[in-house]
Every structure is written in structure tokens, then in C-alpha cells.
Design a protein around this ligand. Structure first.
Ligand code: HPA
Ligand code: ZN
Length: 324
């Protein structure tokens, strides 16, 4: 089954490119940029990846990305990810990135934008992997700053496929970001948002109503609200679920207890994704294999979820038809 799952052309819709930073590359980039890491070995970094919850992960995630400074660093980061994605049989990737987390460290927008866009072009020509770019805003920072950063990114607006919303969810309701999402929409740029990961089902409804997003990242806590489930089913709003991430961040105690089967039985539009593969113990293939082992899903189940992802992807119609 693993071989078959590897060969199934998969689309990854929920991936933080900064969360693909493997410890080996973290050390190489720290050396290159003269950054001192608070670890003395790759093993020590991996040993630190034992999280209690989303905030405890985010602390290490923001610390780790401190080694990323130049356009070349972002290019190398994304190419290392694309090489692994190719081994996993990933055909299409939507990369989210957090420009504010770089700006606050003095890294200008050019570095992530130009580095990531160059890597996306290279992945297409080298591996035949198509991609999209999602500019994400940090929900635990000021919404006014998000709007300013979005305006600063004007030179790249035509290269952005969507805007997103991530970082610490609890006590940071999505509605505060309505202005920047509306501004993006006015320019023809759609929105996606993390909701219902550590936050309640109410945040999923709020993201849908106030940000007018076209997909929900995670969304697993929707099951707490039957009316919301009915709405998500009727509109077939895609949920980008990240099984191994949810276990690592203790959204669910074990994968066997994950609400994925219940989400699918409720008729929801479910896709499988890896979130932050370097931190959560596996890429797309690991997530697929883990779900096969936990839920006994058949080939038809995986084909169904892969089709959901291709249908929900930001990609040219020609590419979509080729992958369906
Ligand atoms: N949730 C919220 N914000 C994030 C995540 C996540 O899993 N990964 C990177 N930023
Ligand atoms: Zn995420």
C-alpha cells in the first residue's frame, strides 16, 4: 500500500515552508549566516520537538526560522522541501509563508518572495511539481500591521495565489483581520484561514462569515457545532486537515482517536496535508501511511481525498484536469 500511496499524485494545500526546515539545514544556514543556535547537535534539536500544544511548538518554529536571512536561504529551504515532496509523490504544493515573522527580524520582503518564487519555478522545471504561494498573516499580531505588510507586498500581489491566517489561535479571533482579507479580495486574491485547530468551532464560522475564505485550514473542531457541520457540508467547504500535526500538538490524543473518520462520515470535504513536516514527524506520504494504518482506509478513500485537494487547489484548469 505504501508504494501505491507514494505513486498516487498528491496535492499538498496546507504547508508552512518555514516548518519544513530540517535540523541539518538549520545548522548549515546558521553557519552560513553566523547565527548561534541554542543546541549543540542535530539530535538535540530533534529531542526538543516534544510539544505540549500549539504555543509550545510556535516558540521553536519562530526560533528555528531565525537562520533564514537571504533570498538564497529561502530558495534552499524550498528546494530541500521540493526534493522530499517529489520522493513522496507530491504533484502540487501550496506554500504558506509568514512575512511578518521575517520582517520583525529585519529580513525584507524581497528575500522570502524572490527566494520562494525562484524555487517554485525551479520545482516546476526540475520535478514537474506545480505550486502556489500563500502569504499568511500572524493572528497574534496587530491587524493594522497585516494590512501595512500586505500593501508593502504590492510588487508581488500578482504572484500571490491567496492570503492566509496562522499562528496562535486561542483568543485571536479571525474577524479582526476582515479588512486585509477584504482588500486582498478586492484585488482578486482569495483567502484561507486556520480555524478550529486549538480554537473553537465558533472561529470556523467567524472565519467563513467575516473573512469570506474559500478553505479552512484544520477545521477539525467543527464537530462541536452540528449547524456548522451542516453548513460546511452543504457548501462543501474544503478542510485542510493535518493528521500527524494534530497528534504532535495534542489536538487529539492519538491518531486512532482523530476525528477524521467522523469528518468524512459527516460528508465534509476533507483533504490530507503535512502542515510543518520537519517538526511533526513526517511529510505527505507519512501522513497518508499513518492514516491507512490508523483507519484502514482503502485506495478509493485516498483517491477521494486527493481529488478533493486537486479540486480545491489554486491551479490552472489545464493542470487540474491533468491531475483529476
Ligand atoms: N497552526 C497555526 N499556525 C502555524 C502552524 C499551525 O499548525 N504552523 C505554523 N504556523
Ligand atoms: Zn498550519
Amino acid at each position: 500500500m505504501t508504494t501505491w500511496l507514494r505513486e498516487l499524485p498528491k496535492a499538498e494545500l496546507h504547508l508552512h515552508i518555514e516548518g519544513t526546515l530540517e535540523p541539518e539545514l538549520m545548522f548549515a544556514l546558521a553557519d552560513r549566516n553566523g547565527v548561534t543556535l541554542p543546541y549543540d547537535s542535530v539530535e538535540a534539536v530533534r529531542a526538543a520537538y516534544d510539544f505540549e500544544d500549539l504555543p509550545s511548538f510556535l516558540n521553536l518554529y519562530y526560533q528555528g526560522m531565525g537562520v533564514l536571512h537571504t533570498q538564497a536561504d529561502f530558495f534552499d529551504l524550498a528546494m530541500a522541501y521540493f526534493a522530499r515532496a517529489r520522493e513522496d509523490g507530491v504533484a502540487h504544493v501550496e506554500l504558506s509563508f509568514d512575512p511578518q515573522a521575517h520582517l520583525v527580524r529585519g529580513v525584507p520582503l524581497e528575500a522570502p518572495f524572490e527566494g520562494l518564487l525562484a524555487a517554485c519555478r525551479e520545482a516546476d522545471s526540475r520535478y514537474g511539481i506545480s505550486s502556489a504561494l500563500i502569504m499568511s498573516f500572524l493572528r497574534d499580531r496587530d491587524p493594522v500591521e497585516a494590512l501595512e505588510v500586505f500593501e508593502q507586498a504590492a510588487p508581488w500581489h500578482s504572484m500571490i495565489d491567496a492570503v492566509g491566517l496562522d499562528s496562535a489561535e486561542r483568543d485571536h479571533p479571525p474577524g479582526r483581520f476582515a479588512k486585509v482579507f477584504a482588500r486582498a479580495r478586492a484585488l482578486g486574491i482569495p483567502g484561507v484561514a486556520h480555524a478550529g485547530e486549538e480554537g473553537s468551532a465558533a472561529y470556523i464560522r467567524e472565519a467563513w462569515e467575516t473573512l469570506e475564505v474559500c478553505r479552512i485550514d484544520h477545521g477539525v473542531r467543527c464537530l462541536e457545532d452540528a449547524d456548522l457541520v451542516a453548513m460546511l457540508r452543504e457548501r462543501q467547504i474544503p478542510l485542510t486537515v493535518c493528521p500527524l500535526s494534530n497528534v504532535k500538538l495534542k489536538v487529539t490524543p492519538t491518531l486512532t482517536e482523530h476525528p477524521l473518520p467522523a469528518l468524512r462520515e459527516a460528508g465534509l470535504n476533507v483533504t490530507l496535508n503535512s502542515d510543518d513536516p520537519a517538526y511533526f514527524g513526517g511529510g505527505m506520504l507519512d501522513n497518508y501511511v499513518a492514516c491507512h494504518d490508523a483507519f484502514g482506509w482503502t485506495r478509493d478513500d485516498f483517491i477521494d481525498m486527493t481529488r478533493n485537494a486537486v479540486q480545491a487547489a489554486f491551479m490552472a484548469e489545464e493542470r487540474r484536469e491533468a491531475l483529476l
